[in-house]
Write a protein that binds this ligand. Sequence first.
Ligand SMILES: [Mn+2]
Length: 451
Amino acid sequence: MEAYLRSCRDVLKACSKNSPGLHVVMGNEACDMDSMVSALTFAYFLSKSLDCKRMPVPVLNIPRAEFPLHSDSTFLLRETGLSQDCLLFRDEVDLHGLHKNKQLTLTLVDHNVLPSADSELEDAVVEVIDHHLLQRPTSPSCPITVEPVGSCATLVTERIAQKAPEVLDQQVAQLLYGTIILDCVNMAPEAGKVTPKDSQYAVFLEKRFPKLPKRGALFQSLQNAKFDVSGLSTEQMLLKDMKAASGGDLKLAVSVIYMTLEAFLQRRGLQQDLCEFCHNHNYNLVVAMTISFIDNKQPLRQLAVYSSSTVYREEMSKALEKAKNPSLDLKPMSSPYPDVKAFIQGNTLASRKKVMPIIADFLKERERKVYQSGNIEDLDLDDDSNQDQSDSQQCPEDAGIEDDGQVPPTPMNSLVEGCPLDNGLPKISPEVLVEKVTKMASMEDTSSEGQ
Ligand SMILES: [Mn+2]
């Protein structure tokens, strides 16, 4: 496998205007272990099939500099004997440039819609394998495999087992197995993640590769690696496992944090850190979902909503508190900061994957109201501006009134993993639409590429 991955780097280097192009296999922007492993193993599987016109290449959907934050993934790679050097990251491949030259084919794993910044790449997508809520229209030119299993790696394992079992070697199996075990919380039914298909393929891998690390020990070591946030800055913690969403004037980040909310809120200068994080990354609200374990066993989820804008903070908190599908069972807890509402999340099964659709609905509904009124300024949705900025700390972007609230927490267990749903609604302006249609027309000749 390492030889294959190294060859991908060489192919990329040699890629010129005249080369046939690349078939990129890419996971979601959180780039959790599932996204990484699904991309690596599925690209490897594709590379073994004879009829690929373009070289399949896995691309990890984060800048290389962020990879060290993914301590569980770096641990699994190390254990599997693969070097980080042979991976390709998003900032090392110019997907938009390749696409403009008609040199890009794209397979999405572990997500099924591209974030708005990548929406232009949509017509390069030839296949989707995912376990999130299906959010893309079906199309005859793009086969979709979407099933609500615990791990996308399960679906990749199934595909390989059915189509080319010889592709599975010890390394490939170890990557897939570790990911399934971690995503499915050691296959424990009470965590609410594992499905019969996940178990089926975990057992399949164990039988074929008796030398795989033992399940319980592997889970524990991956879990320890994942929760090892010692030494991270607040910004790094927020970035470590983050999804973004946006709608209208609201851009928000939803981060999973691996500690208790109390411990997180006790970090010195936390509100200022959140404020700077929003400023630096252009968000105006942050939802922090913490997950920790009581006595190392029972999961505890808590949730915090930060915004320097009281309006945003209150609207978001209310939407989460009122959510019915599922209900998060949020109970306010005290917060030391005026701009942070804190909650205990009684529904410990509601991972970010369940929370993102609630947020997406909220954003959609908000936009609808804005359109109805025809003018954002008329609604008080436009945060800060007019209101008193009196006691908000001096945070550049939003003024915002405080009014801290406390909100319920988040659930526990490592169910938190990646959820590709984020990427809010693409913003469609007439210009963008025209450009997109033009592009689609001009791409038509290559759109049935590959696969
Ligand atoms: Mn996943």
